[in-house]
Design a protein around this ligand. Structure first.
Ligand code: PGA
Length: 251
């Protein structure tokens, strides 16, 4: 049985006080929902304050990135240990990082290794760009991303994958439930090939890209989809809560 998961990727939004307000606005209601893992990923600067606030709550915390080196002279970077001190999860390889910060498959791979080493649960993001989708290359791109991100990694306990077609992120143009289900099923087959059937069957694979309260049910009804990585809609307490509530009712 895979426990469904809804993760909110707040991206570069909210000051510390705004982050606290947002958590306060949904914490009590989220705590009433037991059968879904509820994860929020605020910016680094708010992690410590949010962690204090959610002590004793069922809400879990994630970071949006980390650097792969253990420590040292890397001005401005955040180490795996710093993240694992505060969080259970970390988003790795988000398409915005690949696009704006030149994160390659090799870098993503190093980050996954570093995260697993300190016991973090990485949420590895993969997904094709619009032109790749239109050229019918989704399978090829996603397979390549999985292969390079996980190259040489034998132990992936706790790893979560988020299938996020780049053309659906922040565009209001979500994939259909069926499209997402199909690619997620392909990802699961790939994991089975790279690891084992058992690992693939137990792995949680999320869909991300313009998930809202209005379309959440369409995705959660799909058998291969274990939850969602939510960007824009996770910044509104009522939207996020509605997505979690719908997931809880279906899964
Ligand atoms: P979105 O972002 O929900 O705003 O499309 C999803 C993501 O980037 O994780």
């Amino acid at each position: 049985m895979r426990i469904p998961m809804i993760a909110g990727n707040w991206k570069m939004n909210t000051t510390v006080s705004e982050a606290i307000e947002l958590v306060k606005a949904m914490q009590d209601e989220l705590d009433k929902i037991a059968n879904v893992d509820k994860v929020i990923c605020p910016p680094f600067v708010s992690l410590a304050a949010v962690r204090e606030l959610i002590k004793g709550s069922s809400i879990k915390l994630g970071a949006q990135n980390l650097f792969f080196a253990e420590k040292g002279a890397y001005t401005g970077e955040i180490s795996p240990l710093m993240v694992s001190d505060l969080c259970e999860f970390v988003i790795i390889g988000h398409s915005e990082r690949r696009q704006y910060f030149n994160e390659t498959g090799e870098i993503v791979n190093k980050k996954i290794v570093a995260a697993l080493k300190v016991g973090l649960k990485p949420i590895l993001c993969v997904g094709e760009r619009l032109e790749e989708n239109e050229a019918g290359k989704t399978e090829e791109v996603v397979t390549e991303q999985l292969g390079s991100s996980l190259a040489g990694i034998g132990y992936i306990n706790g790893l979560i994958i988020a299938y996020e077609p780049v053309w659906a992120i922040g565009t209001g143009r979500a994939a259909t439930g069926e499209q997402a289900n199909e690619t997620i099923s392909l990802i699961r087959r790939n994991i089975a090939k790279l690891y084992s059937d058992g690992i693939a069957q137990n792995m949680r694979i999320l869909y991300g890209g313009s998930v809202t309260a209005a379309n959440a049910t369409e995705f959660m009804k799909q058998p291969e989809i274990d939850g969602a990585l939510v960007g824009g809609a996770s910044l509104k307490a009522t939207e996020f809560l509605s997505i979690v509530t719908q997931t809880s009712a279906i899964k």
